[in-house]
Each structure stands twice: as C-alpha cells, then as structure tokens.
Ligand binder design. Structure first.
Ligand SMILES: [Zn+2]
Ligand SMILES: [Zn+2]
Length: 152
C-alpha cells in the first residue's frame, strides 16, 4: 500500500524556486500572493479558496483577490486545480518533485480528501505511450466513495 510512484513529473520545480518562477515571468509577488503560497505550502490536502482565505492573516485580502490569485497561480502551473464533482474548485501546490505525484480518495458525502501514494504500474503508461505514439504522458486519477464516518 505504500508503494511510491516511480514516474517523475516532466518539469521539476524546486520548492524554493516558486518565487523565482513568478519573478521570471515578471509577475509581481504581492503580499497576498506570497501569503497564499505560504498557506498552500503548509496545506496537505487540496484546499478551497475559502479555506485558503480562512488560513490567511486577517484582513490581508478579500475572497475575490484569492480567486484571482488562484487563477493566476494555476495558469503559471504553480498550483493544480481539482474538481471533485461537488461544484467547488480545490487547489494544491505543485511541488514538482517525485514525491509530488499522488492521487486522491474523496468522500462524496462530506468531501473528505485522502492522499494516496499508490499508483498503477508504470508499465501501463509505457504501453499506452508505445501503442499511441504519444510522449511525456501524465495522468490524473481520483477515487470516490463514502468515508467510514459517513457510513454510520
Ligand atoms: Zn465522509
Ligand atoms: Zn499516478
């Protein structure tokens, strides 16, 4: 159950280089954006804009600013957006190392999110690449179910 994925992301980004990445695209790191990245660094699970807002220092910005920042950070691939089917977008920091690759198990009743380190065998992706002629394959995989608490 604890098997790690062996396929690395194609574009490694060092955690410490996030600000540099912003700089290199000549984007200003405003106070709120900096604070949002900091919150996301601490966050283990994909978080909604409201959750990120709640974790920010009081009065640093409003929800609209958070939404705009998330949109921007997603565009420059610093965060990844998830739609778990409950109509609320969730965001997760792209950590860019091999440990970064994981999947989610989502409770459809209470939206609990569990991180899964397990992935399917690399051979499957290689086979798909070979038969299709595609290169640099990646994938997304989300599992849904009812968590133990919601089964009561
Ligand atoms: Zn649940
Ligand atoms: Zn995987």
């Amino acid at each position: 159950m604890n098997r790690k994925c062996h396929h690395a992301q194609s574009k490694p980004v060092q955690l410490g280089n996030l600000e540099e990445k912003l700089h290199s695209r000549s984007l200003k790191i405003t106070g709120p954006r900096q604070a949002i990245l900091e919150v996301m660094r601490q966050e283990r699970h994909p978080a909604t804009a409201k959750e990120i807002m709640a974790a920010l220092p009081k009065g640093i910005c409003d929800l609209v600013t958070v939404y705009r920042a998330m949109h921007l950070l997603e565009k420059i691939e610093l965060v990844r957006r998830f739609d778990f089917g409950d109509g609320t977008a969730r965001f997760e920091l792209v950590r860019g190392n091999t440990e970064d690759h994981h999947h989610h198990l989502v409770c459809t009743a209470c939206s609990l999110v569990v991180e899964l380190e397990e992935c399917f065998p690399n051979a499957l992706e290689q086979r798909i690449a070979q038969t299709s002629g595609f290169q640099r394959l990646s994938h997304r995989l989300e599992f849904f179910g009812i968590c133990p608490k919601c089964q009561l």
